[in-house]
Design a protein around this ligand. Structure first.
Ligand code: SF4
Ligand code: SF4
Length: 668
């Protein structure tokens, strides 16, 4: 029943554990198992009531992610908390394995478990070492939570300290039992049990009689604590011990990433986002029970960093607690359980999902709740209402008349897309996007792209006049109905024109055209201009003059990097330009948002006292760069406004799309 008791028995030392205590322990084990099973059944019942979610495809990739989780690779991405978790995890596994072996030997009478060297190497030495590491891990856990106290660990569930404390106490009483045994039996192999040996020395002043009296009660306490923990598991965050490997397997392994559950507007009863838990998929419900409360999502969240009401860890925990307490009918989740301000503060940057070690997908849940606010409750920031009105009236979110869509190309004589054939068999069909069509600053990006394409001799056509907004801004502000309309119209137009390959300089357009239009029958090969320009340079089709060696830092747009996994192409281009490229501390997959995503380019009412774009611009300025370069027109606008806000009259960061630097350096 217990490793140390069995070890005691193994050495034929008869301790006087009262029969009544042993019977009580068996009864408590049965009760603990029954409560544990009941708790799991209650959780599983909720998961089963969730909406469908497909786990088809990429089984090997899913398995790899699950194994990486089991091996602690995902938690070790952050060293200090990762090591803490790994010590607890591996320590627990070894102690648990030892307990199972003892159960086999002592309770079921299976011989051969503890014989010879195996007893010494595993049951004594290995178990002791891992037990010590387990205590160290628990100690680090206490130190982080109650001494260092990072803000993102505040407000964990009240069980947190109790859970960590009970793990610590179980391990400590285990060493206590071992130490008493070693001391009382003058164990000749004591040196094989370093932890127990230390305790043995500590209890050596006590008489044999005292040790004999203490042992059964300490054993009882040790076992009882484990039973209580077992019973409590499904009702606390410790449930993640069982759910996280599965959650890593279930998490969507490929693009499109972080999209809301599609709405069927043809259905008899249309669900307008997530009103209550029954509107969530079973994976979204499973996510809630997989959270370790590590706070990594919160620590990287730009909205949280700006002081807004959004704390992604709290979103998950508050939903979990509300659904546990009130069941599937708990409503309204949007605006009540998760506040209006928190839901509108999300920039959909995916930093939380990238940081989460257990595969939780925050964004689809936040967007589902936002959909309910937008489409059912009609509670939106003023800027969102305006952009929806613009989409309805003009099919783009900016001010400015639709007729102005092609103004950016004035004097460029660009071939318009009639059909690809009419365009003379264009190598590339260039999708301009609304920003370059209606925003003066972004128009320069499109003009620079055209200049580079012409220089490289690329035959291209532009969609421009036939484009509508790609719908991203509608989708990310919860207005799925408007998104649905725009996406269908764009797909119909592109398919009608026979378009199969596209170029865009906007990562939001890229995401839609490359991945999210597939649901509407739009399957295109889409390249971001960074990939195309980088390839043209490599092919020798773009010749560049050596430029000034100015110091430049690159900002990864969330929808290019974390959504579309393109990190290298823009950097390759910058390196060819010969600039001195310096990285911000947060870059690549860990990049910090500019603040524009999720429709925030059009509203900022829910932002905190600090501004996301200003935080990012300060970070860029701290590198000593004179120019911050990016590959997204929305990032460019946010960084430019950040640079104006945080700069000084003497020094304001220049903000550029990398293709503008290429156009400046063309050797014509
Ligand atoms: S997507 Fe970005 S802004 Fe939204 S919760 Fe996650 S980290 Fe925060
Ligand atoms: S959602 Fe993920 S990253 Fe956030 S606290 Fe939970 S486990 Fe940690």
């Amino acid at each position: 029943m217990n490793a140390l008791l069995a070890a005691t028995a193994t050495r034929e030392v008869q301790w006087n554990v009262p029969d009544g205590l042993v019977v009580f322990m068996y009864a408590s084990m049965a009760a603990a198992l029954a409560i544990f099973a009941y708790g799991i059944w209650r959780r599983a019942r909720i998961w089963r009531l969730g909406r469908p979610y497909s786990v088809r495809g990429r089984p090997w990739l899913r398995t790899r992610r699950m194994l990486a989780g089991l091996a602690q690779v995902t938690v070790l991405r952050r060293v200090f908390p990762g090591v803490m978790h790994a010590l607890l995890y591996y320590g627990f596994l070894v102690l648990f394995a030892a307990t199972v072996m003892v159960f086999l030997y002592d309770d079921l009478g299976i011989d051969g478990v503890f014989e010879g060297d195996f007893y010494l190497w595993f049951e004594s030495l290995t178990v002791d070492i891992f037990g010590i590491l387990f205590l160290v891990g628990a100690g680090i856990g206490f130190y982080r939570r109650y001494v260092v106290r990072p803000a993102y660990l505040a407000r964990n569930e009240p069980w947190d300290a109790l859970l960590l404390g009970s793990l610590f106490a179980i391990a400590l009483t285990g060493f206590g039992l071992e130490g008493i045994r070693i001391e009382a039996t003058a164990d000749p192999w004591a040196s094989w049990s370093p932890g127990g040996n230390v305790v043995a020395h500590a209890v050596s002043p006590l008489s044999d009689g005292v040790l004999e009296d203490v042992f059964p009660w300490l054993w009882g306490l040790h076992v009882l604590m484990w039973h209580v923990l077992l019973a409590a598991l499904p009702f606390t965050k410790a449930l993640h011990w069982f759910t996280t490997p599965a959650n890593l397997f279930f998490a969507r392994p490929v693009a499109p990433r972080s999209v809301p559950t599609p709405t069927d507007f043809e259905a008899e009863e249309v669900r307008l986002g997530i009103k209550n838990a029954s509107d969530m998929t079973w994976k979204q419900l499973f996510d809630l029970d997989s959270c370790t409360e590590c706070g990594r999502c919160t620590s990287v969240c730009p909205a949280y960093a700006s002081g807004s009401a959004l704390d992604p860890k709290r979103v998950i925990i508050d939903l979990r607690d509300a659904i546990r307490a009130r069941g599937l009918a708990a409503e309204p989740l949007a605006g009540d359980v998760v506040s209006y301000e928190a839901l509108w503060a999300c920039t959909t940057c995916r930093a939380c999902e990238e940081a989460c070690p257990v595969g939780i997908e925050h964004v689809p849940t936040i967007l589902g709740l936002r959909q309910n606010l937008a489409m059912e409750q009609v509670r939106m920031p003023g800027g969102v209402s305006d952009l929806v009105a613009n989409l309805e009236a003009r099919e783009h979110p900016f001010r400015g008349a639709t007729a102005g869509r092609t103004d950016w190309a004035e004097g460029l004589d660009v071939p318009a897309l009639g059909s690809v054939a009419e365009a003379g068999g264009a190598e590339v069909v260039y999708w301009i996007g609304c920003a370059a069509a209606f925003d003066e600053r972004a128009q320069k990006i499109a003009r620079a792209v055209v200049r580079v394409l012409r220089h490289a001799g690329v035959r291209f056509a532009v969609v421009s006049s036939q484009e509508r907004c790609n719908g991203d801004v509608a989708r990310r502000t919860g207005n799925e109905f408007h998104y649905d309309l725009l996406a269908r119209e764009n797909v119909e137009m592109l398919n009608g024109a026979g378009v199969t390959t596209l170029l865009t300089h906007c990562p939001h357009c890229l995401e839609q055209l490359r991945y999210e239009y597939e649901r509407f029958g739009g399957r295109y090969e889409v390249r971001h201009h960074s990939a195309l320009v980088s390839a043209l340079i490599e092919e020798g089709r773009v010749r560049l003059r050596p430029g000034e060696r100015e110091r430049v830092t690159y900002h990864d747009p969330c929808y290019l990097g974390r959504y579309n996994r393109e990190f290298d192409a823009p950097r390759r281009v910058l390196d060819v330009l010969g600039v001195e490229r310096v990285e911000m501390p947060r870059h690549g997959a860990e990049s910090f948002c500019c603040g524009a995503g999720g429709g925030h380019a059009f509203f900022d009412e829910t932002e905190g006292p600090d501004k996301v774009n200003q935080i990012r611009t300060r970070e860029a300025a701290a590198t000593g760069a004179t120019t911050v370069v990016t590959g997204c027109p929305f990032c460019l606008t946010m960084l430019a406004s950040g640079a104006r806000a945080v700069g000084t009259p003497e020094r304001t960061l220049r903000t550029m799309d990398f293709v503008e630097l290429v156009a400046e350096a063309l050797d014509e």
